[in-house]
Design a protein around this ligand. Structure first.
Ligand code: ZN
Length: 215
């Protein structure tokens, strides 16, 4: 799991997930992360446990009801099945968000070696799947809002570190980066942004129209 600047943003994301405060696309991204990686499972379980015990003491339920609720909490903490092997690149939370299996997705070519599947009906910001060829350098860009990326398959590297399947990368306006996919295999990512990307650098200026979004 990548450590560094991502961590503060990640804690906020996990807290938002536990309290149900995230948009549906962002919620599905975190849920998918939790099916793929144990790195933050303990944090989320602790958050959910704290929220549940707060709810239990606040409502002062009869004992039987309390036991039932604790049993439900315990069930929710059973080890999560690993999605990658059985289901291809799309963990169950993403499949239900998208409503399609991976094989059914329609991809659009954005740049040489970069294909995109844009999710329809995302209310705030946007959500995209990217399929990037092994060794491909993405255009250098920054962000007006935040870009949260979950690696589903393969790996990429940027100035913040190396992200492999199950890892979350968080980039905001302070991050001007150029992700580079590992040479060993294609990379498939799920990215949720709350504002359009702003491309920087000479390559960015040239491909900005291609990669940018219609306003
Ligand atoms: Zn980015």
């Amino acid at each position: 799991m990548a450590m560094r600047d991502d961590d503060a943003g990640l804690d906020g994301l996990l807290a938002g997930f536990s309290t149900g405060a995230l948009s549906p696309a962002m919620h599905a991204l975190v849920a998918a992360h939790l099916t793929m990686s144990d790195a933050n499972a303990a944090f989320v379980a602790a958050m959910e446990g704290a929220l549940a015990s707060e709810a239990l003491s606040a409502s002062a339920p009869p004992l039987a009801d309390r036991e039932a609720r604790l049993a439900a909490i315990f069930d929710a903490r059973q080890p999560r099945a690993r999605a990658i092997a059985a289901d291809g690149p799309l963990p169950a939370p993403l499949r239900s968000l998208i409503g399609q299996d991976f094989e059914q997705l329609k991809w659009r070519s954005r740049l040489p070696g970069v294909k995109e599947h844009r999710l329809a009906g995302v209310a705030e910001g946007e959500a995209n799947l990217y399929w990037i060829k092994a060794g491909r350098k993405m255009p250098r860009h920054t962000h007006e809002g935040s870009e949260v990326t979950l690696v589903l398959k393969g790996a990429f590297r940027d100035l913040n570190g190396h992200y492999k399947a199950g890892d979350i990368s968080i980039a905001d306006a302070a991050v001007d980066h150029q992700p580079i996919v590992d040479a060993v295999g294609d990379c498939i990512c799920f990215a949720v942004t709350d504002a359009p990307l702003r491309l920087t650098g000479p390559v960015g200026r040239i491909v900005g129209r291609l990669f940018g979004r219609p306003q």
